[in-house]
Write a protein that binds this ligand. Structure first.
Ligand SMILES: [Zn+2]
Length: 691
């Protein structure tokens, strides 16, 4: 299992895919995601809280809310993300209209977006911007030339632990991060890549549905290279997809790639030629400008070995056709619309179910966010996240950490040495609130108005050089992996750090216009959830310095497993469909974090009151406000296929069951007078307390 958690299920976003793939931004007007208190109108007071707490807190909202037609689910998080996207779009569009000083970030944002939107210039340029790349591919004469070109395509576009992006269309991907054996240094991590479809399963799965997708993919490859004027497309497409299938066979599964204990493999530069013969590695590394690095981490060694062998065995012409196809596909967002339409016809209806592409302006906003994310984020934070909100959130974090420290002291089953390391981890925890302490800058990134293609290419190269530039420098634990305008939260296990972006520190999660009780119930439990991941069976893999070193004793593990079995049983009972129950084992790590996060947030709330009683508001006591606010933060509904898919594949339980976490907290029973016989009632010994 990985040691990571994004609080909300992530959407993959790269500069290329941001613009090419359909993300979920509703075409309909966003409902304002504001709260300023309990949404009493959205509750259903006819439901007994002890029978169905989610329904009690959200019943009327569930009854009256339609999922927008272009979405598979809808709820508090997606409403807030939509509102935030619109604000970001406004900021970007204002920058495009304004006249920031030449070279300023404001000007870069504006020019990047305006160029992306200038479809007249893009159509007029045709395939011309691609020519230098296609010429370089055509000029490859031997395996050495192939290695050099492949090296030049390496980009910093993957992340094995934090943002967890395992996909790159390039043959390999680079992630520069803290070394897991020596946390004082950065290491270059190399990850498998090279597929046009999202995962190896699309190439090797034997189901009829997947076979159908493969046929459609080959048709797409044929059509796309045909649009680029390449002759004999059908034969070439067949060879390209055969090559990709061989690459896929070498790939690790997504699950194996997520296993940190399998990924931490150190290779010296000279190891590559013996451990992964085939590719001319010295030339590859020279092409990638990594030829002075001696130490690498190879995340999926057998995949690198397999891919490297293919570069020596497969015909050079097949490789050249493959590279030509990917050079086109990875840039369709900034090429003439016929190429984009062709690509969407596969990635939209066939792969994701989306029937129409997102509006160009929405793709433009995503692309700008991907290329200049922290520059946009700085403007966003200045506008929407005032310093007093940052201070308020930091104080809350302080109370949460203090609550965890008390809880760790009180755990009976954890060995003293383990407790000591747990507290050491708490002491060094670096919790980022709102935005980074220092902003990554974009000086040196050249944005040229009217050159959408060049801007995208330069932005990717700029991020690559920024990443490579970190090698040899001291590790910066204040670095962020999520932009401030992201509605999400993340635990960075090796860095013992967390990011809570400004965009999640908004109503309905965080709101200065309402009592603290409600903030602790909503964002407080989210912060608690992320902190809990630092100590659970996943966090146990990383010590307080960020080394990959299991600091739990075998006895600790045994105790932990026994108490977690109760939680597995609790979630196995949840059955949204007669034929399908929640998988208590699959969702265990997240459910533990939910229980621990809510318990710590409840303690922290009381700690913040300093023994004084919380005022009654809207007819609810402080404790009632805390729990209702928690359940309303989980408000959401999903279409049946999406819910089934989530239950089968997602490590997080569906929202209504996450809201039901309350049944493990004693304070909930007294707040709502929950009694034996109520459906959610748990006898005291069955309430799970992890720490
Ligand atoms: Zn989590």
């Amino acid at each position: 299992m990985t040691a990571l958690c994004r609080y909300i299920r992530p959407l993959a976003l790269t500069i290329a895919s941001a613009a090419a793939l359909p993300l979920q931004l509703s075409a309909q007007a966003a409902a304002p995601a504001r709260s300023s208190g309990i949404d009493v109108a959205g509750m259903d007071r006819s439901v007994k809280p002890g029978d169905d707490f989610f329904g009690y807190a959200n019943g009327t909202w569930l009854e009256t809310t339609e999922i927008p037609a272009d979405r598979s689910s809808y709820g508090a998080g997606s409403m807030l993300a939509e509102q935030t996207d619109r604000r970001v779009a406004d900021l970007i569009q204002q920058a495009a209209k304004g006249s920031g000083a030449a070279g300023s970030e404001q000007r870069k944002i504006g020019d990047f977006y305006a160029s992306f939107m200038d479809t007249v210039a893009i159509e007029a340029a045709g395939l011309k911007p691609l020519e230098p790349t296609l010429d370089s591919i055509a000029a490859i004469r031997d395996r050495k030339g192939l290695a050099r070109f492949l090296g030049s395509t390496l980009r910093a576009d993957v992340d094995a632990l934090n943002a967890t992006n395992f996909y790159t269309e390039n043959l390999l991907g680079l992630w520069v991060a803290q070394d897991l054996d020596d946390p004082t240094q950065y290491s270059p991590f190399l990850l498998q890549g090279g597929l046009g479809m999202p995962d190896r399963s699309y190439y090797v799965d034997t189901s009829a549905a997947m076979a159908g997708i493969r046929d459609k993919y080959q048709e797409h490859v044929t059509a796309l290279i045909g649009l680029a004027g390449i002759a004999d497309g059908k034969t070439k497409a067949a060879a390209i997809t055969r090559l990709e299938t061989k690459i896929a066979l070498a790939h690790w599964t997504r699950e194996a790639s997520g296993d940190v204990s399998k990924g931490n493999n150190h290779w010296s530069r000279t190891d590559f030629s013996s451990k992964a013969p085939g590719l001319d590695w010295p030339t590859y590394f020279a092409g990638a400008r990594l030829d002075r690095r001696n130490r690498f981490v190879v995340w999926q060694p057998s995949a690198v070995t397999g891919i490297s062998a293919l570069t020596a065995i497969e015909p050079l012409d097949t490789w050249k056709n493959y590279l030509t196809f990917h050079a086109i596909q990875s840039r369709v967002a900034v090429l003439p619309s016929a190429l984009y339409q062709q690509t969407f016809s596969f990635f939209g209806p066939v792969l994701s179910g989306a029937q129409k592409p997102r509006d160009r302006w929405k793709r433009g906003v995503s692309a700008t966010n991907a290329a200049l994310g922290y520059a946009v984020g700085q403007v966003y934070a200045a506008r929407y996240f005032p310093p007093d909100e940052k201070a308020r959130a930091q104080e809350m974090v302080g109370n949460l950490i203090a609550a965890f420290r008390d809880r760790i002291d009180r755990i009976e089953w954890m060995a003293p040495a383990t407790k000591q390391e747990a507290k050491a981890k708490l002491a060094v925890l670096k919790v980022g609130v709102g935005y980074p302490d220092t902003w990554p800058t974009y000086s040196g990134l050249e944005i040229v108005k009217g050159d959408a293609y060049g801007n995208t290419e330069r932005a990717e190269l700029f991020e690559y050089r920024r990443a490579v530039g970190k090698l040899g420098r001291p590790v910066d634990r204040t670095e962020w992996v999520m932009t401030p305008q992201t509605v999400n939260a993340v635990n960075l296990p090796a860095m013992n750090a967390m990011n809570f972006p400004a965009a999640i520190l908004q109503p309905p999660y965080f709101d200065s216009d309402r009592p603290l009780s409600m903030d602790y119930g909503a964002i407080g439990s989210i912060i608690g959830h992320e902190v809990s991941h630092s100590f659970d069976n996943q966090g146990a893999l990383f010590d307080s310095r960020g080394r990959l070193r299991n600091w739990w004793t075998p006895e600790d593990f045994k105790h932990f497993q026994a108490s977690s079995q109760q939680l597995v049983a609790q979630y196995n009972q949840y059955r949204p469909f007669p034929d399908l129950a929640v998988n208590g084992q699959l969702t265990l790590g997240e459910n533990i974090a939910d229980v621990a996060g809510l318990a710590a947030a409840y303690d922290a709330f009381h700690r913040s009151m300093d023994g004084k009683p919380a005022p009654s508001v809207q007819g609810f006591s402080g404790d009632q406000q805390f729990f209702i606010s928690f359940a309303q933060a989980w408000r959401g509904k999903a279409r049946e296929p999406a819910l089934r898919n989530q239950i089968l594949t997602d490590g997080h339980a569906p929202a209504q069951y996450r809201a039901t976490t309350v049944r493990n907290i004693d304070g909930w029973y007294s707040a709502f007078g929950v009694k034996p016989g109520d459906k959610l009632y748990q006898a005291e010994q069955d309430r799970v307390q992890v720490w």
